[in-house]
Design a binder for this molecule. Structure first.
Ligand code: PLP
Length: 434
């Protein structure tokens, strides 16, 4: 395929521009003459000779082959496929990693990240609050493979070292945390891992794994802050339009072989259709969407902070955010601007012994608000509201929820792209009713 001569290197353009134009002279496919990349849908690929087929099998999942820059030999969709490959090149670029491997869902990506790095007899030490299915995967499934999940408080990084045993291989957490929006200090966890790693062989190094779903690479790039592995759902803000499920693992090429093999054998491949939607709609609009949603989130946060019926608002962009200094250090756009994201957690002033006002508010909004939708998921162009205590986090015992800062009066708001006046007005009218 011919390569265009540009007067500026692709790397000289900002991420927002890069995500729109992508790697459009991709080695995955010659589509240099398309304005929009084509979607490929072929479960098997014509091999033209046995020799080519043999070479394809031999080179599959080889990190050296990947790094060589040779055009890939495609064999079968579950092994590798061009549309997915194009998306992966762009996701790796967005997160600043060497490789990105996509999976059918965010959970398939979490499974691949843990399954590829952990072995029987080892343990994963995770922050005590996790996305529900991640917690379930660790506690219900990993033990069947002889992998032990352990939990600790990752806010107290000073105390983390003593929770790490010689069998601990992975430190796992999300930041910002769902739903309270508290932050874990990625660089501080890295420092703890470095300390432990001075006494460890390279193949047994402690790995820092971060779920970056809430922030997206537009608001936080964990690899640059010291994480070894990023996992995230493409279903949420990266996909952005709420039409497709997907997940990705972004890391160094050391893990290419394991991650590709895991996907081939466990089979959680991202469909080329879903990959194409994220490649053509999701990633190119990510920066613009996040920047706009963030502006609105800030305005909504300011409005709610001052409202007499609101006890407090947790949003990393607000001056009253308890971890403000960390937020400014950690949540930054690729251009270095403060990027606190589009998620808010709001706690209403309840009355002891009375039914939850948050539930009343959410129900009122679900019935009467045009700009706010009651639904799980997040990061979409539509503003979504939910009540974590009775919905997404209902499986946790009440006492545990309270201990982790989840409150019956708490509401999670994922701000979308609607006109901010409308979102605030709908909230204002609903607050009058509770
Ligand atoms: C949604 C979500 C996941 C799982 O992603 P799916 O695409 O739904 O499988 C993992 N982590 C976090 C933080 C999430 O919000």
């Amino acid at each position: 395929m011919e390569t265009r001569k540009r007067h500026r290197q692709k790397e000289d353009y900002r991420l927002r521009t890069h995500l729109i134009h992508g790697n459009y002279d991709s080695r995955n496919w010659d589509y240099d003459h398309h304005v929009v990349p084509p979607v490929s849908q072929s479960t098997a690929f014509r091999l033209t000779s046995l020799e080519r087929g043999a070479r394809g099998f031999e080179k599959f999942a080889s990190a050296e082959e990947y790094a060589s820059g040779h055009d890939p030999i495609y064999i079968y969709d579950r092994l590798d496929e061009p549309t997915r490959g194009m998306l992966e090149d762009n996701l790796a670029y967005a997160e600043g990693g060497e490789i990105a491997i996509t999976y059918a869902t965010g959970m398939a990506a979490v499974s691949a990240a843990l399954g590829s790095t952990l072995a029987q007899g080892q343990d994963v030490l995770a922050h005590e609050i996790l996305y529900g299915c991640t917690f379930s995967q660790m506690t219900n499934w990993l033990p069947r493979f002889g992998i032990k999940p352990r939990f600790a408080n990752f806010f107290k990084t000073g105390l983390l070292a003593r929770e790490i045993t010689p069998s601990t291989r992975v430190l796992y957490f999300e930041t910002p945390i769902n739903p309270t929006l508290e932050l874990v200090d990625i660089a501080a966890v890295r420092a703890v891992a470095d300390e432990v790693n001075t006494g460890r062989a390279p193949e047994n190094r402690l790995l820092v794994m971060v779920d970056n779903t809430f922030a997206t690479p537009q608001c936080q790039r964990p690899l640059g802050l010291g994480a070894d592995v990023v996992v995230e759902s493409l279903t949420k803000a990266i996909g952005g339009f709420g039409t497709d499920m997907g997940g990705v693992v972004v890391t160094s090429s050391d893990w290419y072989h394991q991650l590709m093999l895991y996907r081939k054998d466990f089979g959680g491949v991202l469909s080329s259709r879903a990959a194409w939607n994220v490649l053509v709609y999701g990633l190119p609009t990510l920066a613009t969407r996040m920047i706009n949603m963030q502006k609105t989130a800030h305005r909504v946060g300011d409005f709610l902070c001052k409202h007499p019926k609101v006890a407090f608002v947790s949003y990393p962009g607000l001056d009253c955010f308890p971890q403000k200094a960390l937020a400014h250090r950690q949540m930054v756009s690729p251009e270095g601007k403060f990027a606190p994201g589009s998620m808010l957690y709001i706690v209403l002033k309840g009355e002891p012994g009375k039914p939850s006002k948050a539930e009343k508010l959410v129900n009122y909004l679900a019935e009467h608000a045009y700009s706010i939708t009651l639904a799980v998921s997040l990061g979409q162009i539509k503003t979504l509201i939910e009540h974590p205590f009775s919905m997404t986090h209902s499986a946790l015992p009440d006492e545990q929820k309270r201990a982790f800062g989840m409150h019956p009066e708490g509401i999670r708001l994922s701000v979308g792209l609607e006109d901010w006046h409308d979102i605030i007005r709908d909230l204002e009218l609903a607050l009058e009713r509770v």
